[in-house]
Ligand binder design. Structure first.
Ligand SMILES: NC(=O)c1ccc[n+]([C@@H]2O[C@H](COP(=O)([O-])OP(=O)(O)OC[C@H]3O[C@@H](n4cnc5c(N)ncnc54)[C@H](O)[C@@H]3O)[C@@H](O)[C@H]2O)c1
Ligand SMILES: [Zn+2]
Ligand SMILES: [Zn+2]
Length: 378
């Protein structure tokens, strides 16, 4: 049946309010408007940022919403003015756009784009406008993407076309976690060969950061997590040491400084807790250490003694691993297809969209790395 130009009724997992299970609903997805594409989502990962919105950030204006921002799918139809995409293209929706025209896109110094949802709706973590309705109510598109839905509509500046041979149920993870961690090490920290690194938090983001440190030639990679079950996985991605802060009765930065004769060259915080961000900074070498904040929180301030920076450390943040989104995703899909990048190894569980609350519980209980949800048949 030709659906182009028509409203599509389909299933989506709707977050009606914070701190409540998602509800599988029939939603209406409007046809794409000018410069938009409508995408059939085939598969999606669940990332901690989805849980952050639901359980931690809980911004009252951010609901109801369809969460999910780590998906892959197939273009169903395109709106007027779209020349880059056509029905049948394999794509990854992007939570950071790349319009190629704004001053951010034109600068090599950033991967931000002035035209994305974050430009004017940052606090709510959603687009100002939405193509979704459910029971007569507008439902927000979380991070502009909403991959926990059989169909979504995106502006073409926030869609990456990928190799049609790439398995969508694997490369969906390049829509967030794997690119975020890998790029934070390679693009943001700019880890140098022979260096010593520490990665805090060993979810998909942290494990991808470990992989990035290894790829950049780090000689020692210390993986840190309060869950010792993560040790083995971290070693499979390239960690040389594992430290569980719970096994020590002194501050973990002190432990790392002692292990490394003065601190690591690079540390990456992949947890999203301000106290860990400070610890990560204080774990790096005072004269030249670089610490990158990757974990997401917008609820608390971070604090540090100025002297800890004045002596020579650098504190940076990294969004989506510093990758210019369209270019970076296509490049990372190619690296995966060329067998130069591990992706399958992040997937610990496979489920279907109706099991979304089980997948969320698994992540909440720290029992998974990534669950990939099968959303629509290809
Ligand atoms: N900057 C970005 O662009 C971006 C993109 C994606 C995700 N994120 C953020 O990155 C973070 C990680 O995401 P994820 O999907 O890998 O999450 P996850 O929940 O799978 O992993 C988090 C890990 O941190 C560990 N942890 C918790 N407290 C700790 C502590 N005090 N010390 C050490 N380890 C601790 C947990 O045991 C777990 O293994 C989240 O905050 C997420 O919102 C940021
Ligand atoms: Zn994410
Ligand atoms: Zn731009």
């Amino acid at each position: 049946m030709d659906t182009a130009g028509k409203v599509i009724k389909c299933k989506a997992a709707v977050a009606w309010e914070p701190n409540k299970p998602l509800v599988i609903e029939d939603i209406e997805v409007a046809p794409p408007q000018a410069n938009e594409v409508r995408i059939k989502i085939v598969a999606t990962g669940v990332c901690h940022t989805d849980l952050y919105h639901l359980f931690e950030g809980m911004h009252k204006d951010g609901f109801p919403a369809v969460l999910g921002h780590e998906g892959a799918g197939i273009v169903e139809s395109v709106g007027p003015g779209v020349s880059e995409f056509q029905p049948g293209d394999r794509v990854i929706p992007l939570f950071i756009s790349q319009c190629r025209e704004c001053r951010f896109c034109k600068s090599p110094k950033t991967n931000q784009c002035e035209k994305g949802w974050a430009a004017d709706h940052y606090d709510v973590m959603a687009l100002a406008d939405s193509r979704f309705t459910c029971k007569g109510k507008k439902v927000l598109q979380f991070m502009g993407t909403s991959t926990f839905s059989e169909y979504t509509v995106m502006n073409q500046i926030a869609v990456a076309k990928i190799d049609p041979a790439a398995p969508l149920d694997k490369v969906c993870l390049l829509g967030c976690g794997v690119c975020t961690g890998f790029g934070a090490a390679v693009n943001t920290a700019k880890v140098e060969p022979g260096s010593t690194c520490a990665v805090f938090g060993l979810g998909a983001v942290g494990l991808a950061a470990v992989m990035g440190c290894k790829d950049a030639g780090a000689k020692r990679i210390i993986a840190v997590d309060i869950n010792s079950e993560k040790a083995e996985k971290a070693k499979a991605f390239g960690a040389t040491d594992f430290v569980n802060p719970k096994d020590h009765n002194k501050p973990i930065n002190q432990v790392l400084v002692e292990m490394t004769n003065g601190g690591v060259d690079y540390s990456l915080e992949c947890v999203g807790k301000v106290e860990v961000m400070r610890t990560a900074l204080e774990s790096c070498m005072e004269a030249w250490g670089v610490s990158v904040i990757v974990g997401w929180t917008d609820m608390h301030d971070i604090a540090i003694r100025p002297g800890h920076l004045i002596c020579g450390r650098t504190w940076k943040g990294s969004m989506f691993g510093g990758f210019k989104s369209k270019d970076g995703v296509a490049q990372m899909v190619k690296a995966y297809m060329d067998k130069k990048l591990m992706v399958d190894e992040f997937i610990t569980h496979n489920m279907t969209l109706d099991q979304i609350n089980n997948a969320i519980d698994l992540m909440k209980d720290c029992k998974c790395i990534r669950t990939v949800m099968s959303v629509s048949p290809q």
